[in-house]
Design a protein around this ligand. Structure first.
Ligand SMILES: *Cc1c(COP(=O)(O)O)cnc(C)c1O
Length: 390
């Protein structure tokens, strides 16, 4: 497959072929795992393409080419975790800089910003990104990054990437717009095409898709960002290992088809929960009652596999509900082929102080589903069993 032919191909085709140049030595169809730390050199000082696997590895290069193609980017960098990718971007900041971030942010990102980077005289504000005027008013002269997460975790709120990117660029051409695209995946949403500067992913989730690897990625198209972020990748050293790159590439081959099933199953489950009298509230952008359903239709190709909801009952019953499902495993993380269920207030979002959680509307009884690719009738009957018990 000539990689140039791929540029205009659909995402289903790119997720199978992108980055997968045939092995020149054997013609192997799958990428070899270059499990090596170093590379023999012919003579000192020739500046070979590969010299040490922290600075470059052919398996990682294939994954990076693939990720760039999926996000319609010129460049992608692969990291040992989603947090390592986020850390690399935040490491571009300097003392005195300010960051404006979504109010309902992934717990780990919130922790990294407020507990680590705040020690370097970098300040953070967390605002409701649904409203462009709120964002405009919160932009400061020293704002260097606007950090968006859409759909957000766990409340599935959206923000308008295109409108916000425009507003930020009007304010300052020195301010980067970064979008955490983990929930949507490149199959459903391409932030760079909407004006963002950098896309980040926890590839641990949908991109890898099989709950067997921790990884992260950045994608972007500006040459200056490639220079600066490649420096972060190789100087700080949080690179992904060859085997993890291979597993991620293997997972990506089915990304488009997996997303189809994740979305179809989630849409049915969200509709079922919405119609159930023991369910107080359902957060899913595919529901026509979702406050940003129109934006979801404009910005995304489909509505994703994540749902959160509140039961019309007390906390104890919610805890019991998440602990007793048959097909939904009680676990953190998301985006794998298997369905997962969790309780954000005590699990994934416990690092956000209770008062902050209340402010953003993250109720103590909220339950989050990562809807897998199982048969949807099995998933529905499992949920029904739990709801009947209440
Ligand atoms: C999981 C996740 C991260 C962090 O990624 P890791 O691979 O766990 O380090 C960041 N953002 C979002 C939205 C996530 O779901």
């Amino acid at each position: 497959m000539n990689q140039d032919d791929l540029e205009k191909a659909a995402i289903e085709t790119r997720s199978v072929h992108a980055g997968n140049s045939l092995d020149p030595e054997t013609g192997a169809v799958m990428p070899p795992v270059y499990q090596t730390s170093t590379y023999a050199q012919r003579k000192p000082g020739l500046d070979p393409k590969y010299e040490y696997s922290r600075s470059g590895n052919p398996t990682r290069d294939r994954l990076q080419d693939c990720l760039a193609s999926l996000e319609c980017a010129q460049y992608a960098l692969s990291f040992s975790s989603g947090m390592a990718a986020i850390d690399a971007v935040a490491s571009l900041l300097e003392p005195g800089d300010h960051v404006l971030a979504s109010r309902d942010l992934y717990g780990g990102t919130y922790r990294l910003f407020t507990k680590h980077f705040s020690r370097y005289q970098i300040t953070f504000d967390f605002v409701d990104m649904r409203d462009v005027d709120t964002v405009k008013n919160a932009l400061k002269e020293n704002t260097k990054i606007v950090w968006l997460e859409t759909p957000s975790n766990p409340l599935l709120t959206l923000c308008d990437i295109e409108v916000l990117s425009l507003a930020v660029k009007e304010h300052s051409d020195k301010c980067l717009v970064v979008v955490d695209n983990t929930f949507a995946t490149p199959v459903l949403q391409n932030p760079l095409n909407l004006g963002a500067d950098i896309v980040c992913h926890s590839v641990t989730k949908y991109v890898g898709g099989h709950s067997d690897v921790i990884g992260g990625a950045l994608a972007f198209s500006r040459d200056d960002l490639q220079e600066k972020l490649y420096f972060q990748q190789y100087a700080r050293g949080a690179v992904s290992a060859p085997w993890d790159c291979y597993l991620t590439l293997r997972g990506i081959k089915t990304l488009a088809i997996r997303m189809e099933r994740h979305c179809a199953n989630a849409e049915k489950i969200a509709a079922y929960l919405f119609g159930h009298d023991k369910v107080k509230k359902v957060h899913y952008p595919g529901l026509s009652v979702h406050p940003q359903h129109e934006l979801a239709k404009k910005q995304m190709k489909n509505f994703g596999g994540m749902i959160s909801f509140e039961l019309d009952s007390d906390l104890e019953i919610s805890i019991n509900f998440v602990s007793t499902r048959r097909f939904f495993t009680l676990a953190e993380s998301l985006g794998g082929v298997e369905s997962l269920i969790e309780h954000p207030a005590s699990m994934t979002h416990a690092s956000i102080p209770a008062e902050e959680r209340r402010k953003i509307g993250l109720k103590d009884g909220l339950i989050r589903l990562s809807v897998g690719i199982e048969n949807v009738e099995d998933l529905l009957s499992d949920l029904e069993e739990g709801l009947n018990y209440i």
